[in-house]
Write a new protein. Structure first.
Length: 250
């Protein structure tokens, strides 16, 4: 499948995990991918891997919470004579802390990286997306709809992401589609610190009995970015192996 020939895609948080998988997937289907992250060495490496595989990719440093960095990223794409047709806004920040342990600065940081960044990204590339009749995909989370201890700011940002995406979906509907993906437990670097036993518990909490792979979220992102999803906007696509629907009672 080559659904993104002549398309330029921006992916944030592209240096690892779901973002890297999304960048690789979009590139493998013909997109020129701009990888944005703050982990420069890892981001450069993913871009290089894509180029080695025959794809087109460029790493650009961008702290997604910074309006200036978004502006610079946009300037960079303009300098390349690109009109961006896909934005996958995916970077995130999180520190485990219940409400009583979370201070205002911690709250602000998570909301800035996880939620304000979506607004900044959408606003920065709105002109391009309208011109190209493009698609914007936000990585939200099952945390948008479920409470798990230690995630107040993260959950608020992810719920906010789903709500935020609905707004431009109706405001710019005829030309641009805005959707969110809601991953469940996906085995990326964020699971490195999780004990094997706890990984097993999370896997057992899904209907499919396993953790997901970053590639499995990337295929959902590529679907939403493509013309295959031409009549889908303002939607939440859950990619969680049935974690949200599996409930046990004794
Ligand atoms: N892995 C999971 O189980 C899971 C579950 C639900 C949702 N998600 C969501 O998926 C997305 C990707 O998560 P992942 O598991 O691939 O994580 P990851 O840690 O592998 O990747 C996150 C990337 O974001 C980058 N980043 C952090 N702060 C940034 C900033 N200010 N500006 C630019 N880049 C920044 C990091 O450097 C990193 O490369 C996140 O939005 C996360 O909330 C993940």
């Amino acid at each position: 499948m080559q659904r993104f020939t002549d398309t330029t895609a921006v992916v944030t948080g592209a240096a690892s995990g779901i973002g890297a998988a999304s960048a690789r997937r979009l590139a493998s289907e013909g997109a020129t991918v701009i990888l944005a992250d703050i982990a420069d060495a890892a981001g450069e490496k993913v871009a290089e891997d894509i180029r080695q595989a025959g794809g087109s990719a460029l790493y650009v440093r961008c702290d997604v919470s910074s309006e200036e960095d978004w502006h610079r990223l946009h300037e960079r794409t303009r300098a390349l004579l690109c009109r961006v047709g896909v934005v996958h806004s995916n970077a995130f920040a999180h520190r485990d802390a219940a409400v009583h342990d979370l201070d205002g600065a911690g709250w602000d940081r998570e909301l800035a990286v996880n939620l304000k960044a979506l607004f900044l990204g959408a606003r920065t590339f709105l002109g391009d997306l309208r011109e190209t009749r493009g698609a914007f995909i936000a990585t939200s989370s099952v945390h948008a709809h479920f409470g798990l201890p230690g995630y107040p700011a993260y959950a608020a940002s992810k719920g906010g992401a789903c709500a935020l995406v609905r707004q431009p979906a109706v405001e710019y509907g005829p030309n641009v589609r805005f959707n969110s993906v809601l991953p469940g437990p996906i085995l990326t670097e964020v699971w490195d610190a999780v004990a094997e036993e706890d990984r097993r518990l999370s896997a057992d909490a899904t209907a499919l009995g396993r953790l997901g792979a970053a590639d499995e979220v990337a295929s959902a992102v590529a679907f939403l970015a493509s013309e295959d999803a031409a009549y889908i906007t303002g939607a939440e696509l859950v990619v969680d192996g049935g974690w949200s629907v599996k409930k046990e009672s004794k």
